[in-house]
Design a protein around this ligand. Structure first.
Ligand code: PEP
Length: 249
């Protein structure tokens, strides 16, 4: 199966001209590696641009509201994304949790709004430094708990459509990714939890946190890892080009 690379541009670049250029360079680079699928999660204002709309199948929102319409100033809905031809949205990113106080309850509501609109959520989960310091067994308990809190109450048929991302909070925007052995073990554990508690035998789980062109190969070489969510390395076209080239296993 092809591995999936999701580029998370965060709040970059600053202009539509730069965004168009980054998108075309990214898609050109990604199209040369037939062993990957590629999505770019771009800032919401760019999604409605004519150049972006033509490439909507390669795009994802970086967020979505828990509501579909109404008095939610500043928000945008899953239905709005869908109406632009966008089929994916990141939900529960650690930066949304930290700066916008999103918790498991809000994230579960956002997943439900994606379900209503036909959007596939790219759901980020992961532990803090404090939990990781206590060891992998505790991290496993924490991840199981996060999954159960978010997924319980989601329509069963929708769970296989969710793309999960194991993204340890301490590895996002850091110097080094998690040790690939440990993340592969934790991703396997997430997959078993999804099977054991929700009867979903095959889930897609990516790794996220300080992935770049120098470490992507080793990360993707681990069998349970179905792809990567890439932040900083995705907004530098030269680095992204190297990264997708190296994403061959
Ligand atoms: C991210 O934004 O999800 C991320 C993993 O960022 P970075 O690759 O920069 O650590």
């Amino acid at each position: 199966m092809k591995k999936l690379i999701v580029a998370n541009w965060k709040m970059n670049p600053e202009t539509i001209a730069d965004a168009r250029s980054l998108l075309s360079r990214s898609l050109a680079a990604a199209s040369k590696n037939k062993s990957i699928d590629f999505l770019a999660a771009v800032p919401a204002p760019f999604l409605a641009d004519a150049v972006f709309k033509k490439r909507a199948k390669y795009l994802a929102g970086q967020n979505v509201s828990w509501g579909q319409n109404g008095a939610l100033t500043g928000e945008f809905s899953a239905k709005m994304l869908y109406s632009l031809g966008v089929k994916y949205a990141i939900v529960g990113h650690s930066e949304r949790r930290e700066y916008f106080f999103e918790n498991e309850e809000i994230i579960a509501k956002k997943i439900r709004s994606c379900f209503e609109a036909g959007i596939r959520p790219i759901l980020c989960l992961g532990e803090s430094t404090a939990i990781r310091r206590k060891g992998l067994d505790l991290v496993k308990i924490y991840l199981k708990d996060q999954l159960r809190q978010i997924i319980a109450g989601i329509e069963h048929s929708f769970i296989p459509k969710i793309i999960f991302v194991y993204e340890p909070v301490w590895a996002v925007g850091a110097e080094e990714p998690d040790d690939p052995e440990s993340s592969a073990e934790l991703i396997s554990h997430m997959k078993s939890t999804l099977n054991e508690f929700f009867g979903v035998p095959k889930s897609k789980v990516l790794y996220g946190g300080s992935v770049d062109s120098s470490n992507i190969r080793e990360i993707l070489a681990k069998k349970p890892v179905d792809g990567a969510l890439v932040g900083r390395a995705s907004i530098d076209p030269a680095e992204l080009t190297k990264l997708v080239k190296n994403a061959k296993i």
